[in-house]
Write a protein that binds this ligand. Sequence first.
Ligand code: NAD
Length: 257
Amino acid sequence: MSVQGKTAVVTGSNSGIGLGIATELARAGINVVLNSFTDRDEDHALAAELAKTHGVEARYIKADMSKAADCRALIEEAGVCDILVNNAGIQHVAPLPEFPTEKWDAIIAINLNSAFHTTAAALPLMRKAGWGRVINVASAHGLTASPFKSAYVAAKHGIVGLTKVTALETAEEPITANAICPGYVLTPLVEAQIPDTMKEYGMSREEVIKNVMLTRQPSKEFATVEQLGGTALYLCSDAAAQVTGTTISVDGGWTAL
Ligand code: NAD
C-alpha cells in the first residue's frame, strides 16, 4: 500500500480510540507518534510494543492538548506528519445552568482548539512532503445533540466545521481532511460517563447502557476501536483521495434516525 512508511501523529493515543487507530495504522506499515499529557513508562512502552509488533517506527511524545504551545510543539517534535489524527477528547455531563465553566473551557480547548493548533502546524509539513491526510475524530454529537453535553456537542460541531475549512484550503493539493463520527464505543471515556448518567436518569448501569447510550444506536452494539482504525486507514488510502471535507459516521445507524 502507498501508505507504508508514512508517519502518523495521533493525539490522545495512550488509550481508547486513539490507541486503536494508531494500532491499525501501524499494522498497515505506518510509523506512529503516540501522545497524551502524561509521561509514564507505560506510555513509552505502548510505542515500543507497536514498533516491535508491526516493524514500524513508533514513539511517544508528551504534550498537553489543552495548551496551544504544547499542540504546536508536538508536531514540531514529530518533525514529520503525513497523517494527523486529532483524537484527544474529554467529556463532562451536566445541565447547562450547572455546567462548570472550567469544564466548558477544558472541553473546548482539548476537543476543538487543539485540532486548530496541530492542523496549523502540520499543514506546512504535509505541503513540504507533497501529501497529507487530516483525520478529525468528531462524534455523532458533531451532527446531532443530546441534553447535558453542551460543551462536547459544541466542540464536536465545531470540529466538523474546522474539517470543512481545512478541506477547502487544501482542495487543490494532494491533502484531504475528513471527520470520523463514531457513535458509542466502549472506551474509558464512555465508562466514565456511566456513573453520572446513572445519577442523572436514576438508572442502573445496564439500563444506562441499553436505554440511554445504545437507545440512539439502532444496531444496539457499541462500535469498536478496530473499526475506527479501519475507517482511518481507508481515509489514508488512494481510494479516498477525492474524499475530503466530509464526515463518515461509524454509529450503527444513529444519525439515520
Ligand atoms: P479515552 O478517554 O479512552 O481517550 C481519550 C484520549 O485523550 C486518552 O488517550 C487521553 O489520555 C487523551 N487526552 C485527554 N486529555 C488530554 C490532553 N489534555 N492532552 C493530550 N491527550 C489528552 O476516550 P475515547 O473514547 O477513546 O475518545 C477518543 C476520541 O473519540 C475523543 O475525541 C472522543 O470525543 C471521541 N469519541 C468517542 C466516542 C466513544 O463512544 N468512546 C464516541 C464518539 C467520539
